[in-house]
Design a protein around this ligand. Structure first.
Ligand SMILES: Cc1cc2nc3c(=O)[nH]c(=O)nc-3n(C[C@H](O)[C@H](O)[C@H](O)COP(=O)(O)O)c2cc1C
Length: 278
């Protein structure tokens, strides 16, 4: 029996995110056990950027619930991630958890390529901002295989299913979870399938999901992206993820090597300005 973990990024009980995840589970044709986890129920402190999790027995030094959540993610066979748009982004619980992602590198072998689907819920049609992109990034950062990620609209708790098409959307995500990945219909990054871009000078473009760059052309009126993989990829393959982990581990020796020069850069700024404290 497959163990499915629904990661809910909304504080609202029986809100749209929760019922969407449960509806996807309802429409799954394979027998499964559904476990749910509301990120707001857990004490997840902000990352301190100390990198100790890479070196201290691969364990974050902060005393909170990170490992409970991480353990549930490692134990699951597949994920449904459902989170609400807050101010054109995603609810902060998702990003706070994601910021602790260096701790995830200790588990690459157990996490790599588990199937996942994501839903970003927004109250106003077209006002989802970059919330779906963050859910896609979330799935990449937990090394999951993003089968399909959708935006669904509804503001009041339950409102998403006033629109019957959203039940159909849940069905499509359910079919994708253990099926083949849904290929993007419109223009997308040839490296990762992402469809959010930053437009740079001289027809250069960067994919905001995999951070690879290239050129945009309009050969027959519709955009085509020639994007190549950079030499420092995070997650295009398991090898890339492991290589990135090695690069992170190498930071310690790079820091020791350049410690004196770095201190000379930072020290003159030490006494500048007056800090406002709580
Ligand atoms: C603080 C806050 C900010 C929000 N910002 C947006 C927004 O920028 N765009 C939007 O479309 N909806 C926005 N919404 C609406 C929610 O995304 C929407 O109500 C969603 O259904 C909430 O999901 P839930 O029922 O699972 O909590 C916001 C809601 C809250 C509470």
């Amino acid at each position: 029996m497959k163990k499915i973990l629904a990661i809910i990024g909304s504080p609202r009980k029986l809100g749209n995110c929760e019922i969407m995840a449960k509806e996807i589970s309802n429409q799954l044709s394979i027998p499964h056990e559904l476990n749910l986890l509301r990120l707001q129920d857990f004490k997840i402190l902000p990352c301190r950027g100390c990198y100790q999790c890479l070196f201290t027995k691969e364990h974050c030094v902060l005393d909170d619930d990170l490992n409970i959540v991480l353990k549930a993610i490692v134990a699951a066979d597949a994920y449904i991630v459902s989170a609400p748009t807050y101010f054109l982004g995603i609810n902060a619980s998702v990003k706070t958890f994601l910021d602790r992602g260096i701790s995830f590198y200790a588990h690459i072998e157990n996490l790599w390529s588990k199937p996942a689907v994501g839903v970003a819920i927004a109250g106003i049609e077209g006002k989802e901002g970059y919330s779906r992109l963050i859910i896609q990034s979330f799935l990449k950062m937990i090394f999951a295989d993003d089968k399909n990620t959708k935006v669904v609209y509804g503001a009041l708790p339950g409102e998403i299913f006033l629109n019957k098409e959203n039940k159909q959307a849940a069905g499509e995500l359910a079919s994708a979870l253990f099926g083949s990945r849904v290929e993007k219909k419109g223009p997308c990054c040839p490296q990762c399938g992402g469809d959010t871009f930053r437009f740079l000078d001289n027809n250069n473009v960067r994919c905001m999901l995999c951070s690879n760059s290239g050129i945009i052309t309009l050969p027959s009126g519709s955009p085509t992206f020639e994007i190549t993989k950079s030499h420092h990829d995070f997650f295009s393959s398991k090898e890339d993820a492991l290589k990135h982990k090695e690069w992170l581990l190498g930071m310690k020796s790079r820091f020791i090597e350049h410690k004196k020069a770095l201190k000379e850069i930072t020290h003159p700024y030490l006494k500048q300005g007056t800090w406002i404290k709580p």
